[in-house]
Design a protein around this ligand. Structure first.
Ligand code: IPD
Ligand code: CA
Ligand code: CA
Length: 269
């Protein structure tokens, strides 16, 4: 296993321990709001601190972009080629409600290319990993995206645009169109885990508006290494910056992209 991936796994498991430790004590947690429908608790912060501690110990020169603490200090001592992208707890709202769907997401970008990825579900003890060029793994077993050929019969995942309401109407039109063409749509509440589920074939495809780099970087590499395709709404590669993603095996990615196309408006691509 690549040493960088090894550190990412170690960090994700340590964060998982923090998350599990607090699971039965959610009522006593200090919760603050970062914005509309956007909450953060001391669990998110502690899990993030733990991840950063482990990464810094192994790779003190690497840059870090973590959800709760933002970009690391660019004081000239850091190696600009390496950046770790961290979501210490993806699915905070679920966690705070005791809804058992949340994960740790850690990716490493080298010179702008996604190289390593871990998504870890600490409750189910499910570990999804990938190193670029070496395939994707689910608890040490090779994983592949589903073989679904068409939307008919497919199970899709999605996320609701609940923080930024600008595109709610576009989204609802997309949702209606896809709901009428598929076997079902799930909104489980952790984008990182949704993407991992596409990578291992539990979901045939997924789309969401307005994700952040820490929600989707690790999941994106999982999907690519599992033989899938992930793009922005126009089929382009700029999905991390735009935050709008469509993914699945190549047929399903194409089919979702076509289905949502009529509902795109300027700025939503
Ligand atoms: C959220 C989850 C959710 C997605 C949101 C994300 P958080 O992450 O991934 O599924 O719909 O857009 O912000 O805030 O729980 O880390
Ligand atoms: Ca997140
Ligand atoms: Ca988070």
């Amino acid at each position: 296993m690549h040493p960088l991936l090894n550190i990412a796994i170690k960090a994700s498991r340590a964060a998982g321990c923090v998350i599990i430790k607090y699971m039965d004590r959610v009522d006593g947690l200090t919760i603050t709001s970062k914005g509309r429908n956007d909450y953060v608790s001391e669990v998110d912060r502690q899990a993030e601190t733990e991840i950063i501690r482990i990464i810094r110990k192994a790779y003190p020169q690497h840059g870090i972009l973590a959800e709760e603490s933002g970009p690391g200090k660019e004081d000239g001592t850091l190696d600009p080629d390496y950046t770790w992208i961290i979501d210490p707890l993806d699915g905070t709202t679920n966690f705070l409600h005791g809804f058992p769907q949340f994960a740790v997401s850690i990716a490493l970008v080298h010179k702008g290319v996604l190289e390593q990825a871990v998504v870890y579900d600490p409750l189910a003890n499910e570990l999804f990993t990938a190193s670029r060029g070496s395939g994707a793994f689910f608890n040490d077993k090779r994983m592949r995206v589903s073989k679904a050929k068409q939307l008919e019969g497919a199970l899709l995942g999605t996320g609701f645009p609940f923080k930024e309401h600008r595109y709610v109407d576009n989204y609802l039109q997309m949702f209606k169109s896809l709901m009428l063409q598929t076997a079902g749509i799930r909104r489980a509440g952790s984008a990182a885990l949704d993407l991992a589920y596409v990578a291992c074939g539990r979901l045939d495809g997924f789309w969401e508006i307005g994700l952040k780099p820490w929600d989707l970087s690790a999941g994106a590499l999982l999907i690519k290494e599992a033989g899938g395709v992930i793009t922005d709404f126009n089929g382009g590669a700029d999905y991390i910056r735009k935050g709008n993603v469509v993914c699945g095996n190549h047929r399903i990615q194409q089919a979702i992209q076509q289905a949502i196309h009529p509902f795109l408006t300027p700025g939503l691509d």
